[in-house]
Ligand binder design. Structure first.
Ligand SMILES: [Zn+2]
Length: 122
């Protein structure tokens, strides 16, 4: 079975760019591991003695850290899917090696498994 992956490759590459842009806007690559992202440290104004402001700033950092983590998971999934395209294993369920439904791939081009296994994992 040869599958036409051109469409999915385009979608995935576009998604990768979008995710990268989002990651760069609130995060930065970890200096120790370029594949790892972390939230940008918040510039807490040392002169602002306002506790509220400092607290807000910390909250924002924590929110961003959560978002960065989510984006990073998506980013890695997309990269993983692109690698599978180049390996010729794209569109195959990672649980049992059968084909992933087209509808599922269209909804989520970086899907790693078929509808059955997606539901089992939740
Ligand atoms: Zn499956």
């Amino acid at each position: 079975m040869t599958m036409d992956t051109t469409k999915y490759k385009k979608l995935l590459e576009k998604e990768l760019k979008t995710l990268e842009g989002e990651l760069e806007s609130i995060g930065q690559r970890s200096p120790s591991n370029p594949n790892d992202w972390e939230a940008k440290p918040n510039k807490i104004d040392a002169l602002a003695s306002d506790d509220m402001e400092v607290a807000e700033s910390i909250d924002e950092f924590e929110d961003n850290a959560g978002i960065v983590k989510q984006l990073e998971v998506q980013y890695n999934d997309v990269k993983h899917a692109l690698k599978k395209i180049s390996d010729g294993t794209y569109g195959i369920c990672e649980n049992n090696g059968h084909e992933i439904e087209t509808a599922r791939l269209e909804a989520n081009p970086s899907a790693k498994n078929c509808i059955l296994h997606m539901n089992l994992q939740k």
